[in-house]
Write a new protein. Structure first.
Ligand SMILES: C[S@@+](CC[C@H](N)C(=O)[O-])C[C@H]1O[C@@H](n2cnc3c(N)ncnc32)[C@H](O)[C@@H]1O
Length: 205
C-alpha cells in the first residue's frame, strides 16, 4: 500500500494536481473555517496548501514520505508553513478534542478499518468542529468501468453512500449531505464524470 503511494507520488507531476479539491475549497470558503484543521491521508498537499492560504493552522498526515516531500516543498514555494507528519492513522499522536475542523478527501479504506479511522478523527475534533468529506459513491462503479481514468476504488465496500456517512457519523449534525455527479479534473488520476458523496457535518457538543 505505502509502496504504491510512494511510487505514485515519486513522479515529478502531482498525481491529483495542486489545486484544492473543489468541494473542500467551497466548504472552507462558505463556512469561513478558522483555527486548527486536520487533513488525514493528505497526499501531496494540495488541500493543505489551500487551507494554509486561508489562514488556517494546518496539520496533515499520510503514510507516504514522497507525499510529505512534495507537500512541504509546495508549502515552501508559497512561503507557508504546514505541519505534515508521516504515519498511519492509528499511530498519530494528536491531542483529544484539539481540532476545529478536519477534512477527509478521497480517504477510502476497507470497511473494517474505516470505522476505526473515522472514530479516531471524531475523537480529535472539538465539540462544534466541522468535518468536510468527499469521496466516491457506490454509484461511481459503472462510471469507473466506462472510464478508468476517473479513479477511485473498484470495490463497492470501499465506497460511500449518504446512508453509510450518516451511520459513520451519528453524533454529527448534518449541514450538507448529498450524492453529486461531478466532472473531476484533478491531476492525472481523477479525470472525468464521477459520482461522489459530499458531507459537511458539525460535531455535537
Ligand atoms: C486518493 S489519495 C488522496 C490524497 C489527498 N487526500 C487528496 O485528495 O489529494 C489517498 C491517500 O491515502 C493515504 N493513505 C493510505 N493508507 C493510509 C493510512 N493507513 N494512513 C494514512 N494515510 C493513508 C495514501 O498514501 C494516499 O495519499
Amino acid at each position: 500500500m505505502k509502496e504504491m503511494w510512494n511510487e505514485r507520488y515519486g513522479a515529478k507531476e502531482f498525481a491529483y494536481g495542486i489545486a484544492p479539491n473543489v468541494f473542500f475549497k467551497y466548504a472552507l470558503d462558505k463556512y469561513e473555517l478558522e483555527g486548527r484543521i486536520l487533513l488525514p491521508a493528505e497526499g501531496e498537499g494540495r488541500n493543505a496548501l489551500y487551507a494554509a492560504q486561508s489562514s488556517l493552522e494546518v496539520y496533515a498526515f499520510d503514510i507516504s514520505e514522497e507525499g510529505q516531500k512534495k507537500a512541504l516543498q509546495l508549502a515552501k514555494e508559497h512561503h507557508l508553513t504546514i505541519d505534515y507528519q508521516v504515519g498511519h492513522f492509528l499511530k498519530m499522536n494528536y491531542a483529544h478534542g484539539s481540532f476545529d475542523a478536519a477534512a477527509l478527501i478521497y480517504a477510502h479504506f476497507p470497511p473494517h478499518i474505516l470505522s476505526v479511522y473515522h472514530q479516531k478523527i471524531i475523537d480529535l475534533l472539538k465539540p462544534g468542529a466541522l468535518l468536510v468529506l468527499e469521496g466516491f459513491s457506490t454509484n461511481n462503479l459503472p462510471l469507473r468501468m466506462e472510464n478508468p481514468k476517473v479513479g477511485g476504488p473498484d470495490k463497492i465496500e470501499m465506497l460511500f453512500s449518504t446512508e453509510s456517512i450518516k451511520a459513520e457519523f451519528p453524533n454529527f449534525e448534518t449541514i450538507e449531505l448529498e450524492e453529486a455527479q461531478v466532472e473531476l479534473n484533478e491531476g492525472l488520476y481523477h479525470q472525468g464524470k464521477a459520482k461522489v458523496i459530499r458531507f459537511v457535518g458539525k460535531k455535537n457538543a
